[in-house]
Design a binder for this molecule. Structure first.
Ligand SMILES: Nc1nc2c(c(=O)[nH]1)N(C=O)[C@@H](CNc1ccc(C(=O)N[C@@H](CCC(=O)O)C(=O)O)cc1)CN2
Ligand SMILES: Nc1nc2c(ncn2[C@@H]2O[C@H](COP(=O)(O)OP(=O)(O)OP(=O)(O)O)[C@@H](O)[C@H]2O)c(=O)[nH]1
Ligand SMILES: [Mg+2]
Length: 462
């Protein structure tokens, strides 16, 4: 039999309202002891029904004095967050008042909950699966609107149903194999049909697609890395300051002003970016500049998006561009060609070469704050234009990615086994492990370690 747990569910400190949550078999009894719908002695509490909100007062357990005027919410099992009996008390949010009520609840036989224990109970009682439990933590910790969209979608069970569907297909496949293992004499030797081969391929393809989506989604959680690069004095630091809307980098008319790369977080339309202003890249004998240029190159290599800057009356050359963004590092990198200082009416703007014609060009004046919004728009569209966050079932969760990679490895072994006409017993081992790996994602086959690790990262009261 489970015990009854209680915790303050709202953040510490003072605020409008604070919520205390009780879950478990004693929740309603404890409420009946401490709560009264009248403020006068003798305390009066009618029988509490499920899914109702009551107005009343919390007394100390000896029913001598009123602690606070509250609203009390009742939810009978299994229709509650934990799928157990739940009572919530909405009191005034002050550290002392909430602690005092909690102490009374604890002295009536409840125990202080562990971090994440309410959500863990929802999982153990099978109201939600592990991906939904993780989504709850991701909703709380979301650093951007997009991270929230992923998490909210996962909370609804999108990933859960996709994984369950894949798992079901493999279980069906396993049962075909097992018929042959159990009754080898009664049935013909296992000969996978075209349909069964396709089934394995199908599951493999979906797992690989999820892994790819995971990589996209990671950007949205950790920040897409942008590096601003170009020759000295083109206005890199000026652009950095415009994008951040603050004076972060030093701007002077002296070429070679920026030495150390300067990194800052930037949020455009809810998407997190990490942007780096770097030293102007050119030939120099200055030791400090040389080190700065090396660091600039490291930043460019590590970035997802490069803003390659030039000014009017200069020319774009493949050689210069490839010195900054080497050919071997161009794969997967997105580049925007930014022409700065268009306020200077001095002649010709540089144009892209034939080879790099596909790169989008944006004209700006960092000095006059012109074209900056257009540039921001371009940064957003090349970052996430191809993603649909609201429908995506994948959120950037490393645990899921690893499990998917293990599933893929096992299914590859199944495929090789099928091609080599291995025995059913051997095939079944790999099919079983792929089923188990998928099960670790939803929690059907997750170990206690995994569960502890996930729930201990929650806050108390969640
Ligand atoms: N006051 C309060 N607000 C809250 C929560 C809570 O527990 N209490 N939540 C906690 O994180 C979130 C809402 N999530 C919830 C998820 C499921 C159920 C629930 O009772 N589910 C039952 C019954 C559904 C029904 O009656 O339609 C179920 O699924 O069986 C409640 C809250 C955010 N806001
Ligand atoms: N006319 C004009 N001048 C600009 C513009 N943007 C920057 N400048 C000027 O160009 C000079 C260099 O600007 P920075 O932003 O320091 O250039 P940088 O690329 O960071 O230079 P380094 O750090 O030395 O590589 C400063 O005098 C700026 O005021 C612009 O859009 N128009
Ligand atoms: Mg600079």
């Amino acid at each position: 039999m489970t015990d009854t747990i209680a915790a303050i569910a709202t953040p510490y400190g003072s605020g409008g309202i604070g919520v205390i949550r009780i879950s478990g078999p004693k929740a309603f009894d404890i409420a009946a002891v401490l709560f009264s719908t009248t403020k006068h002695w003798p305390k009066g509490c009618k029988k509490l029904e499920s899914h109702k909100v009551y107005h009343g007062y919390v007394f100390d357990r000896k029913n001598i004095s009123v602690i606070d005027e509250v609203l009390l919410i009742t939810m009978k099992a299994p229709s509650s967050y934990t799928a157990e009996d739940v009572v919530e008390i909405q009191a005034h949010a002050g550290t002392i008042v909430l602690r005092t009520i909690l102490d009374e609840i604890l002295s009536c036989g409840a125990r202080l909950s562990e971090p994440g224990e309410f959500t863990k109970r929802a999982f153990l009682n099978q109201r939600i699966d592990l991906t939904q439990a993780e989504a709850v933590a991701d909703i709380i910790n979301a650093k951007s609107v997009n991270a929230l969209k992923f998490a909210a979608s996962q909370n609804l069970g999108t990933l859960k149903s996709s994984i369950q569907e894949l798992r079901q297909k493999l279980i069906q496949f396993l049962s075909l194999l097992e018929v042959n293992i159990d009754f080898p004499d009664d049935v013909d030797p296992f000969e996978p049909s075209q349909k069964e081969m396709e089934l394995v391929d199908d599951v493999l393809k979906t797992c690989r697609e999820f892994i790819r989506q995971h990589e996209d989604a990671c950007f949205l959680k950790d920040g897409i890395r942008i590096a601003i690069c170009g020759a000295p004095n083109v206005g890199k630091s000026s652009l950095m300051n415009r994008l951040l809307a603050q004076d972060r980098s030093i701007v002077t008319a002296i070429p070679g002003t920026t030495r150390d790369p300067i990194e800052e977080g930037l949020n455009i339309e809810g998407i997190p970016f990490v942007i780096a202003d770097t030293a102007g890249i050119h030939q120099t004998d200055d030791l400090v500049e040389i080190i700065g240029i090396e660091k600039a190159k490291d930043h460019i290599i590590a970035s997802d998006i490069v803003l390659f800057m030039k000014e009017p009356d200069t020319v774009f050359s493949d050689r210069e561009f490839e010195k900054m963004v080497p050919l071997e590092n161009q794969a997967g990198k997105k580049v925007i060609f930014v022409i700065n200082k268009i306020d200077l009416d001095k002649g010709n703007l540089p144009t892209l070469s034939e080879k790099y014609r596909h790169i989008p060009t944006i004209e700006i004046s960092a000095l006059l704050n012109k074209g900056i919004n257009k540039l921001k728009q371009k940064i957003v569209t090349i970052s996430i234009g191809h993603l649909d966050m609201e429908k995506s079932s994948v959120i950037p969760n490393l645990r899921h990615k690893k499990a998917l990679e293990q599933t893929v490895a096992s299914l590859e072994a199944v495929k090789t086994g099928l091609a080599n006409k291995l025995e059913e017993e051997i095939l079944a081992i790999d099919v079983k492990s792929s089923i188990d790996f998928l099960g670790t994602i939803t929690g059907e086959t997750a170990s206690l370690d995994i569960l502890d690790n996930i729930f201990s990262n929650f806050c108390i009261g969640k």
